[in-house]
Design a protein around this ligand. Structure first.
Ligand code: HEM
Length: 147
């Protein structure tokens, strides 16, 4: 989910030492990064590039299975950033999301409500990924019958 829909779609960094990014392909040119330049690292584009992920628009959690995760190219999965200033809360965030999803799905069925937009549309205001008008759904209690 964080590959296909990274909430933070770009990362920024400020240059502390001039650097030249060398062109790799014929149609590219070298890029000079000067002291104090700010650069944006396009997480969303990196996550959706077919050069990094085959069939990139497909939601396929198996890409990250024990068996497959070794084939993910370094620095092509950046939902929490990278390096010494990456997200300090990443492990907490993942744990929290798993506990929340587990508890909700154990006890409730998620159902659409009149405010639910199907298909979901991306918000056009704001900078990061979220749903236009917010995420709306209903909770229908599951009654577990003990035998
Ligand atoms: C799914 C949830 C989250 C996502 C996708 C996320 C993503 C990010 C990203 C992309 C950065 C910038 C990293 C970089 O520039 O390399 C960041 C920084 C940061 N995040 Fe998160 N974050 C999440 C949850 C959290 C939580 C739960 C906390 C705290 C409990 C947190 C605290 C921070 C802090 C303090 C920084 C700044 C770190 C620094 O500048 O050294 N984040 N986060």
């Amino acid at each position: 989910m964080l590959r296909k829909w990274p909430p933070v779609i770009v990362k920024d960094r400020q240059c502390t030492k001039p650097y030249t990014l060398q062109a790799v392909k014929k149609e590219e040119r070298d890029i000079e990064i000067k002291l104090d330049d700010t650069i944006w690292i396009p997480t969303f584009a990196i996550h959706r590039s077919p050069e990094n992920y085959t069939n990139p628009d497909k939601f396929d959690p198996e890409r990250f299975s024990e068996e497959n995760k070794g084939s993910i190219k370094p620095y092509t999965y950046l939902p929490f950033g990278v390096g010494p200033r990456n997200c300090i809360g990443s492990r907490f965030a993942l744990l929290e999301a798993k506990v929340l999803l587990f508890k909700i799905l154990l006890n409730f069925e998620l159902i659409p409500t009149p405010k639910t937009r199907i298909p979901m549309q991306l918000a056009k205001d704001g900078f990061n990924h979220t749903a236009q008008g917010g995420f709306w759904f209903g909770f229908k209690k599951i009654n577990h019958k003990l035998k």
